[in-house]
Ligand binder design. Sequence first.
Ligand code: PLP
Length: 388
Amino acid sequence: MDYSEKISHQVAAIPRSGIRDFFELVQGRDDVISLGVGEPDFATPWHIREAAIYSLEKGYTSYTSNLGMPSLRKAISGYVEDFFKVGYDADSEVLVTVGVSEAIDLALRALLNPGDEVVFHTPCYVSYLPSIALAYGVPVEVPTTVEDNFALKADMLEAAITPKTRVLMLNFPTNPTGAVMPVDELEKIAELCVKHDLIVLSDEIYCELSYSDDEHVSITTMPGMRERTILLHGFSKAFAMTGFRLGYACAPSPLIEAMMKIHQYAMLCAPITSQAAALEALENGEAAMLEMKESYHQRRDFVVGRLNEMGIDCHSPGGAFYVFPDIRKFGLSSQEFAMRLLEAEDVAAVPGNAFGDAGEGFLRCCYATSFEELKTAMNRIERFIGTL
Ligand code: PLP
């Protein structure tokens, strides 16, 4: 059968993830140090795993409310109010999802009509562009630069806005650059959102992993923004819970209701075992989370220091667990650099152009890997650039 005739044009047009292509090459090679995969090297803290086990022991194996367990929604509402300084009603303004991934998909499908434009800053998380396209939207990239520490500039954003722009997607701290937003620039962006009547999808999945002394500030707290922001957050990164697949969206109830309509038919609810674990993370997980954060902070300083010392320009990212070194001076494309590094030294890092054209000339290295491996990886990278 010719399956190409059977696949929807929309899906056929989506390119494969550049990360996936690259990691297929890594498979089967021994002794590779991977700085590639964007997930914590810690197992989920034991007391959180235990809460999942207890919930199974107690026989909690049913569906939950479509929105998520009321106790979890209440805990999320409390956590969000403490952390972000903005209140959401646990009964009508919080939706528990299967990771932030599902929440992104639901929000875009709930908001977009065919042909609506969605503006987002690049380099960005690999799912944004395909998720917009799958929701029949038109992706519009706004490049950010190393000179601005990969923060989004309000004037660049305004130049990309057209009468068809409906949604702005933000992700700070950013995957892959670790960028954080200066508050004054974020305020200008908020003003633009109000002026152009945009809805903002603010993916703040790395918000706890911010290393500056200044507190993380969400755009939803800015004047006129709560009513037009869908705040997305989850448990994968700061609580090291990627495998539990749990996230959430907070927004005014008509937006949550629209997302819920899709969620109830596509997913029904998030898994109850994961919800029990997430509740424990929110109630008792802060100490373990802060310990992991401190460890990432130390590793960031080590990696940034080593890269700069060996002559690779690398800005010090304000958050997440990625560095995004500038490799342009070596005269190789991101793809060539990453391939040759892998071939010569068995170190896997992701070519920056996997995150959009604005990432060309850079590499993404995830430093959520052991200190020992990071040390070896840095020595190998140093040896590799010595041969260029
Ligand atoms: N958003 C960003 C910016 C990410 O980096 C990731 C995962 O890497 C996700 C969302 C997906 O997270 P989840 O595991 O909650 O689906």
